[in-house]
Design a protein around this ligand. Structure first.
Ligand code: PA5
Length: 343
């Protein structure tokens, strides 16, 4: 089995494999004008990225992510509900699956196994099967590119050329030892810090992903926000304060960012520099929005891996999540209860 860095380096191949797996699944052509992605943690971020992509390409399809036990009340027969759970065992996602089933909604699943796969098979819900054996967060290309391919098949989005560019950009980044060294050195500077990730609003999903990866892979406290919103609240938290001496600020940049956002980022840097341990920048690579966003995801994922190695942490393990899931199983056993009602 690969280590976490091995999986991250395989993102170009995973993108192509995700597209093939979606084609093989021969999903039905549903009629929908709204998309709801139900998932948690690493399995929800594909939906966040799809949201950024739809907005960047000006696609007027409403897309929403549901990280909860219950579906939002406005889902209806014109909504396509996608259930994303790598393990297929996440109780919030399974609970929404059961509700969608009761309501007779249009459903698709993305999973590598567990109850979600079994229920999909038993109940005839179409699904895309992801390969087994990954850590859920390392399977991110599957959850994003399954959605992108399905939207292409549904005639709602065609960005095939930008997918090619994305594969090329990620392959070049992976094969660039200088870039790798740069990220490794950055991890050395940022090690043992509380990390705040900020991006322009167009890269909201990349910022959130980076924060999650720093939590889960590097075992460090982290938060995220976007410009311009953080200029209306979060920036005030950087007024002289000893607490910020342990904070490292990571800015996600794009050479083509909106001029007003650029001015805000530069001014924010001036204001907070000197009050925190350090400020660093990661620049998006590529021409298309898809390639740029995925390059930030890739660089952030590699950074989270090197932060883990600097802190002598195992990026594969998420002991607190496992401990919590064990308590929930013992006290609630939600999955089994839902299963009894469903079958
Ligand atoms: O990356 C992780 O391991 C977590 O964030 C999981 O994705 C999260 O707990 C949900 O599990 P799953 O992706 O299997 O539904």
């Amino acid at each position: 089995m690969e280590d976490m860095l091995g999986y991250i380096r395989k993102y170009p191949e995973m993108i192509l494999d995700a597209i093939e797996a979606t084609k093989r699944a021969a999903l039905p052509s549903y009629e929908f004008d709204r998309l709801l992605v139900c998932g948690m943690g690493g399995s929800a971020v594909g939906g966040d990225l799809a949201t950024d992509v739809m907005r960047a390409y000006g696609i007027p399809l409403q897309i929403e992510i549901s990280r909860r036990y219950a579906l939002p009340p406005h889902v209806d027969r014109n909504t396509l509900v996608i259930f994303s759970s790598y393990s297929g065992e996440t109780e919030e996602t399974l609970s929404q699956f059961a509700e969608a089933r009761r309501k007779g909604l249009q459903m698709i699943c993305m999973t590598s196994g567990g109850r979600l796969k079994k229920w999909a098979e038993d109940l005839g819900v179409p699904f895309v099967e992801m390969p087994a054996g990954f850590k859920p967060r390392a399977a991110l290309p599957y959850s994003l590119f399954t959605v992108i391919e399905y939207l292409r098949e549904a005639g709602k989005l065609d960005i095939s050329r930008d997918i090619d560019e994305t594969v090329q950009v990620l392959t070049e980044l992976r094969d660039d030892p200088q870039k790798d060294n740069e990220i490794m050195s950055l991890a050395g500077l940022m090690a043992n810090s509380r990390i705040s990730v900020y991006a322009a609003d167009a890269y909201e999903a990349a910022a959130r992903r980076m924060k999650n990866q720093i939590n889960e892979n590097s075992k460090l406290p982290a938060n995220w926000d976007v410009f311009p919103e953080m200029n209306h609240n979060e920036i005030v938290g950087y007024e002289d304060n000893d607490l910020n001496k342990e904070s490292y600020v990571l800015l996600l940049r794009d050479a083509d960012e909106h001029p007003a956002v650029r001015t805000r980022i530069e001014a924010t840097k001036e204001i907070i520099q000197g009050k925190v341990k350090g400020v660093a920048e990661l620049w998006a690579v590529g021409k298309s929005k898809l390639a740029k966003e995925m390059s930030l995801v890739f660089l952030g994922d590699v950074l989270s891996y090197y932060l883990a190695t600097h802190g002598k942490k195992n990026p594969d393990k998420t002991a607190n999540i496992d401990a919590l899931k064990a308590v929930l199983k013992e006290k609630l056993n939600t999955q089994e209860k839902i299963e009894k009602e469903l079958v």
